[in-house]
Design a protein around this ligand. Structure first.
Ligand code: FES
Length: 142
């Protein structure tokens, strides 16, 4: 399996690893097939993501995706961060092998959950989010 230099670089030297003690938005997702888990911590102030950290118990592509995704949403408004797709994360990594695309889905979904966690904590309605139901198909290459 071939990985891009960017995937390897973010896997070896992931950005924004860890937790935020006073996070005000936390999102955790897991993939039932591979068992990998990703947790995203947000520190939101004035609708802007001032800080973001992650803890990922998973494969190299999941770690690289978390690292890239945190870089892409840091300093962004919640509306901007909400539009980040797993495809955009994979493209920013110069691509992921097809059987590894589901790893980038974890990043997209963990960010959505963290943003909605923040919104609910502020008494706001969570935004509508349709979870990817094609993850397992991708795992099996169907
Ligand atoms: Fe499960 Fe990558 S997240 S194999």
């Amino acid at each position: 399996m071939m990985y891009s230099d960017k995937v390897m670089e973010h896997f070896r030297n992931p950005r924004n690893v860890g937790e935020i003690a006073d996070a005000n938005g936390i999102g955790e997702v897991g993939n039932a097939k591979c068992g990998d888990i990703m947790k995203i911590y947000l520190k939101v102030e004035n609708n802007v993501i001032q800080d973001v950290r992650f803890k990922t118990f998973g494969c190299g592509s999941a770690i690289a995706s978390s690292s890239m995704a945190t870089e892409l949403i840091k300093g962004k408004t919640l509306e901007e961060a909400w539009t980040l797709t797993n495809k955009a994360v994979a493209e920013a990594l110069d691509g992921l092998p097809p059987v590894k695309m589901h790893c980038s889905v974890l990043a997209e979904e963990a960010i959505h959950k963290a943003i909605n966690d923040y919104r609910v904590s502020q008494g706001l309605e969570p935004w509508d989010y349709k979870e990817h139901d094609d993850i397992h198909a991708e795992v099996h290459g169907e």
